[in-house]
Design a protein. Structure first.
Length: 180
């Protein structure tokens, strides 16, 4: 079963490499993927939201979701599954990024992006839609840059959504009750 899934994963990655790669997308997706490095864009946004009383609750929820997602994904799941990245299993010549030293499953970029976008969406629908678009671009960039399998990205998305959906509303309600 795992071999069949990996085979499908590689087929999708090779299709992206064969049919989508061009100089514009290379630059674009390399930039987009770096926005998600260590969750930097989301952490920065969360800190900015903390600075304003009107958005502070969203910032706290976003940062809490990011922390829980990092603990689960980077701290536990990657070390539990120890899946090597596609660029390690079957290297290609024209890598856009240095080969990451961490394991592949699940995608931390995807998980952090979708948990942050979910926290934003819970508080501000329109801004949340924009956050989901950026999250989707970051997630796809991991495939385009050949550093994650599609199943890594999908699992990262699922992890981020689950943490955001479970944690953001509960934490937001607790914060609202405390401020009264």
């Amino acid at each position: 079963m795992a071999t069949a899934i990996t085979s499908i994963d590689f087929s999708l990655l090779y299709w992206i490499q064969a049919h989508m790669r061009n100089t514009f997308f290379d630059s674009f997706f390399k930039f987009i993927t770096h926005l998600g490095d260590t969750g930097v864009i989301w952490i920065a946004l969360g800190i900015i939201l903390l600075c304003f009383p009107k958005t502070r609750r969203c910032g706290i929820c976003m940062l809490a979701c990011l922390a829980v997602t990092a603990l689960l994904g980077e701290g536990i799941l990657k070390h539990l599954f120890t899946r090597e990245r596609p660029c390690v299993q079957q290297p290609i010549e024209d890598m856009l990024l240095a080969v990451p030293s961490t394991y592949s499953f699940p995608s931390g970029h995807s998980a952090s992006s979708f948990t942050a976008a979910t926290a934003v969406f819970f508080h501000y629908r329109r801004a949340g839609i924009a956050a989901y678009i950026l999250a989707a671009l970051i997630a796809f960039s991991r495939l385009y840059c050949y550093v994650h399998f599609p199943t890594d990205v999908l699992t990262g998305i699922a992890l981020g959504l689950c943490v955001g959906i479970v944690l953001a509303p509960r934490l937001s309600r607790q914060l609202a009750a405390r401020s009264k």
